[in-house]
Design a binder for this molecule. Sequence first.
Ligand SMILES: [Zn+2]
Length: 206
Amino acid sequence: MSNLVVLRREMVEIGRLLETKGLIVAAEGNMSVRLGGHCFLVTPAGKCKGELKVQDPLEVDSQGRCSAGRPTSEWPLHQEIYRMRPDIRAICHAHPPWATAFATAGRDLDGQLLTETAQVLPRVPLAVRSLPGTPEVARSIQPHIKDHDAILLANHGVVSVGNTLKGAFELLQTVERLAQVTLLSEMAAGRCGLDQGMLKELVDRS
Ligand SMILES: [Zn+2]
């Protein structure tokens, strides 16, 4: 089996996982892999990523041109990340609800809250608000992408990078778990019990 077929199958499988794990719905999200020689494998625009077929991912050049089909509208975002990060080979973008809630509230994530993320993901920065599918999304990540492998896109979602698509996907899952635990820990810290006076009054009433 050729390497390209292996990469296509991996993209199909991760699209399915993104949907089944609730990180995207319908046609949300997009993925790409650097093939070398200024070529990239990219998810097509408008298709449900959970139902991709092996033949669906498109081979595009660095300008996003391909012989047939239309690549994701977020190709300018992917293009800019590959330009600024020659060390990475894959990108995963999704709308995971817990992390997107932070991105909507205008908050970044502190990875130092958890032992699992303190080293690999000490901070997930928040990029400024931009409209999906516009060149502004690519500009919004410029201040962060050199030093961070995952970024929150304000009022939108998360983008992550890796040496493999699986690696980028797993990092996105880690961001989502960090957001979930952060919010739950804040809720737990906000729990307020009865004070001693009220407890005594209840005992006295019984
Ligand atoms: Zn998006």
